[in-house]
Design a protein around this ligand. Structure first.
Ligand code: ADP
Ligand code: ASP
Ligand code: MG
Length: 437
């Protein structure tokens, strides 16, 4: 069985939903993961923010605006009065639920319940549309099988067992429609897989059922060789190795959720990135196969902070790095990049929640310098050190950009550069020019 995931834009209007229905209705059995309609999760974040700020009337205004959008979608999506009435009932129940929070104490728990409404709405509306068109489809409730553990990691055994149970409860269906992004946590509360997490849902389902393929349908024809939001003329990359795709996703290629490649890789399930607006385009096939000796793509990860620890005393004496890393471990902050010299070590982090405590502790080990507003530029491809010249090409392309750190050799698949955020677009363009033109 295949798992197909459609992102926010792919289900962003009545017309788009109809296109998705056409795409999936080919008689083959499949699991279809849907995101919330585009803009919905952002609106739900905003609504929660009003509740947090104890401004229920602000929240209610946003809720009404969002509800109107859904009422408009319904008018266009269904052809019979009977289904329009049924859909209105569904919408009403979700929006009444949202309004009910104006009387409640508002915490992270309530916020997560609010955030879950986007995917519940999109899947309910879509399933009702399939029913109207006579498809043999049903809903698979994600909150009954998708679960994270105490460390917020997916509980893969629970997911596999309970997804199977849900499938067996409704045998013989051709289309199983389910919610991306939402899950329950260790305590059974409603939670989520972080923003953009519907991709992760699809790959976790793929891994759980040992799917033959995972397809991520979005608004672009696959992974491009550079970020199309910053560089013109980027090209789709037809084939990527799992490792290459994982590096690109982790280092900022928004088309994929950072962790979504891992479950597919562990189970050797190919992942195809496809364009809902252009379904015939090849897109990108991510698998165990790599294209030998080529630089494939470039990505950028924002909001990076660099920390340098310099010591007069023999810095890299044994045990020193352990002490540095222990500080990051204590404050549960992971390091992205690291470079060392005899007198100093530089690391980068993207999570700055506990940066003050980290810096205070590091000061016991040496002189600490912190640079904020940095960006990691990641050049990805088949780049083992026997392949002479690839790092030289990347460095040459960046010859006019001040580079704060370089990391190469951590894997065979990436070279990373740390630069100032203000140089990001210039650097991405220079790399496209130097590597792909
Ligand atoms: P969805 O809502 O379908 O999950 P996303 O907005 O999360 O879609 O991801 C698709 C977007 O990712 C594209 O519209 C594009 O702007 C952006 N993007 C960033 N980097 C890349 C890249 N290297 N290749 C393709 N798309 C990219
Ligand atoms: N709806 C969620 C978000 O906007 C999850 C997703 O789209 O993947 O982040
Ligand atoms: Mg996405």
């Amino acid at each position: 069985m295949k798992v197909l995931k459609f992102g926010g834009t792919s289900v962003g209007s009545a017309a788009r939903m109809k296109d998705v229905a056409k795409l999936i209705c080919d008689g083959e059995q499949k699991i279809v993961v849907l995101s919330a309609m585009s803009g919905t999760t952002n609106s739900l974040v905003e609504i929660s923010d009003y509740f947090y700020k104890n401004n229920p009337s602000g929240a209610l205004e946003k809720i009404n605006t969002l509800e109107q959008k859904y009422i408009d979608v319904i008018e266009e999506l269904y052809s019979t009065a009977e289904y329009k009435t049924e859909a209105k009932k569904i919408i009403k129940s979700h929006f009444e639920y949202l309004r009910s929070f104006s009387k409640a104490v508002f915490t992270l728990f309530e916020e997560k319940a609010i955030l879950s409404q986007g995917e519940l709405l999109s899947t309910n509306i879509f399933q009702l549309y399939l029913k109207e068109t006579g498809e043999n489809s049903t809903l698979l409730p994600a909150l009954e099988y998708m679960r994270i553990d105490k460390n917020s990691e997916p509980d893969t055994a629970y997911i596999a067992e309970n997804l199977e149970k849900q499938l067996q409860l409704q045998p013989g269906k051709t289309l199983y429609i389910t919610q991306g992004y939402i899950c329950r946590n260790f305590y059974g509360e409603i939670d989520n897989l972080q923003r953009g997490g519907s991709d992760y849902t699809a790959s976790l389902i793929g891994a759980a059922i040992k799917a033959e393929e995972i397809q991520i349908w979005t608004d672009i024809d696959g992974m491009h060789n550079n970020d199309p939001r910053f560089v013109e003329g980027t090209q789709p990359v037809p084939y990527l190795h799992f490792e290459e795709a994982a590096e690109l996703a982790y280092f900022g290629a928004k088309i994929l959720h950072p962790t979504c490649i891992l479950p597919a890789k562990l189970n050797n399930i190919p992942v195809r990135l496809l364009n809902t607006m252009e379904p015939k385009a090849h897109g990108t096939l991510i698998s165990m196969q790599s294209k030998k000796g080529t630089i494939q793509a470039v990505a950028a990860k924002d909001n990076i902070t660099a920390i340098k620890i310099k010591s007069g005393r023999m810095l890299l004496a044994y045990g020193f790095l352990r002490k540095v890393f222990e500080i990051f471990e204590t404050y549960q902050t992971s390091i992205d990049m690291i470079t060392t010299s005899e007198v100093g070590v530089s690391v980068t982090v993207d999570n700055t929640k506990r940066i003050d405590e980290i810096v205070n502790s590091l000061k016991k080990l040496g002189t600490v310098t912190v640079d904020t507003d940095m960006v990691i530029i990641c050049v990805v491809g088949d780049l083992p050190s026997e392949n002479v010249g690839y790092q030289a090409k990347a460095v040459a392309a960046l010859k006019d950009i001040p580079v704060r750190m370089i990391s190469y050799g951590g894997s065979n698949y990436n070279i990373s550069f740390l630069i100032k955020a203000t140089d990001k677009q210039r650097a991405l363009k220079a790399l496209s020019h130097g590597l792909f033109e």
